[in-house]
Write a protein that binds this ligand. Structure first.
Ligand code: LLP
Length: 414
């Protein structure tokens, strides 16, 4: 997180003090460092090499300016909905460098992806493959397809974000996939291009990715032997970042695992990285509203809430929290940092040592991925703005929602 650093007692995002951003745009607010995103994107793309198609997983942070920057730097995209496709196209992303994942693509989404000329549809069931075949036939084209396989590998991560185990809803078991490749290679509108797999998110150990890659390689070799030639292998995303005390894999270590697993194969590697590109490039800026002591249990009530950042509530996730003014005259206490929402699950930290007073600004770190992207209007709270820092310039890239935004899609009850 060196793009968020103290200088002369204040926390800065690159060349902009965060208190200045709070004064200009209010709180709560998401602040991203474009330099931090660029640094991570280029570190991964250099380590992986030009032959690898690096698709940024849009779901991690789908702000148009973030996508546009990544598109400019040459990224491809991994999308999971028609909405994400629309965002990629609006941001100037290249559909020919875009893969479409997800277990439940609708007819409209499949059609839109084929119309846009997408690089590959990652298909997750036989039923979906039949649907794709029918739609592509209707459009008079052949659909570029990879089957997403489920390699039955334990990624060793939170169960809600583990996707490569047999009991998860994702992918097709390897043996079924093999049979389906052989059968459907003859279908008129299915053009098999590759194999896809994604075993989970926030992986701090690369061994499960290596194991999954070996299984995908095995399938590729069996299919090649059976006369189904494929040109790319998509190994998904999932590289973890440091939130607290984790050791996050380096881009070089990740690239080495991939290169090892695919060594000697005449295929193009594809990856779908989200969190590892943007996760540590963002903070959620929030202001302390009140301090409260319930018989010795202390709470720090801030103006952000679980609707703005869901990760602690949903996964029990840890996020570091830093005061924007480094030194506080307040005494350090052990506090729960909580939001104003009417649920006890609305918290950002529990029993955290912090020195704060009402009115202080706090930065909740590592919120560039799955932060704003998972925000909602729960409790009828307008969603916060997003600010992109580019060097010494702070630019509002999504304005704060207002009360009119909350009501805009609803019919007036007269
Ligand atoms: N590809 C597919 C098919 C995925 O499902 C995902 C994430 C990715 C790529 C990107 O994974 P990443 O590189 O970001 O780990 N909301 C959760 C994370 C959900 C991840 C869902 N799939 C969180 O806040 O931890």
């Amino acid at each position: 997180m060196r793009h968020f650093h103290y200088r002369a007692g204040r926390l800065w995002a690159d060349e902009v003090p965060l208190d200045q951003i709070a004064a200009r745009f209010g709180t709560p607010a998401y602040v991203y460092s474009e330099m931090a995103i660029h640094e991570r994107y280029t570190a991964f793309s250099h380590a992986l090499g030009p032959e690898t198609l690096l698709c940024y997983a849009v779901k991690a942070n789908s702000n148009l300016h973030v996508l546009a920057s990544l598109a400019r730097w040459g990224a491809g995209f991994d999308i999971v909905s028609g909405g994400e496709l629309a965002r990629v196209l609006r941001a100037g992303g290249d559909p020919q460098r875009t893969v479409f994942s997800g277990v439940g693509k609708s007819r409209e989404e499949i059609r839109a992806a084929l119309d846009a000329g997408i690089f590959c549809l990652n298909v997750e069931s036989e039923a979906e493959l039949e649907q794709v075949d029918a739609i592509a036939s209707g459009l008079g084209c052949r659909a570029p397809v990879a089957l997403r396989v489920n390699p039955d590998v334990d990624p060793g991560t939170h169960s809600y974000i583990a996707t490569g185990l047999r009991e998860s809803k994702f992918g097709i078991p390897l043996v079924h996939a093999e049979r389906l490749y052989l059968e459907a290679a003859r279908w008129p509108a299915v053009d098999f291009r590759g194999i896809a797999c994604h075993i989970g998110s926030q992986l701090t150990d690369l061994a499960p990715i290596a194991e999954a890659a070996r299984k995908v390689r095995g399938l590729y070799e069996r299919l090649a032997g059976a006369g189904v030639p494929l040109s790319h292998l998509d190994l998904g995303g999932g590289v973890g970042i440091r939130y607290h005390e984790e050791q996050a894999p380096t881009p070089a270590a990740y690239a080495a695992v991939l290169h090892d697993a695919l060594a000697g194969l005449p295929v193009r590697p594809v990856v779908e990285l989200g969190r590892s590109v943007v996760g540590n490039a963002g903070v959620l800026l929030t202001r302390v509203e009140y301090l409260k002591d319930n018989d010795g249990k202390k709470f720090c009530i801030v103006d952000a809430a679980m609707n703005d950042l869901l990760r602690p509530s949903l996964y029990g996730a840890w996020h570091d929290i830093l005061p924007v003014q480094e030194e506080s005259p307040a005494e350090t206490g052990t506090l729960d940092v909580v939001g104003p929402i009417c649920e006890s699950g609305d918290f950002f930290a529990r029993n955290r040592p912090l020195a704060v007073r009402a009115g202080d600004l706090l930065a909740i770190l590592s919120t560039g991925a799955y932060g704003f992207a998972m925000a909602s209007q729960y409790n009828s709270r307008p969603r916060p703005p997003e600010i992109l820092v580019r060097g010494s310039e702070a630019r509002l890239v999504r304005r704060r929602e207002n009360l009119a935004d909350l009501l805009t899609a609803e019919e007036n009850p007269d």
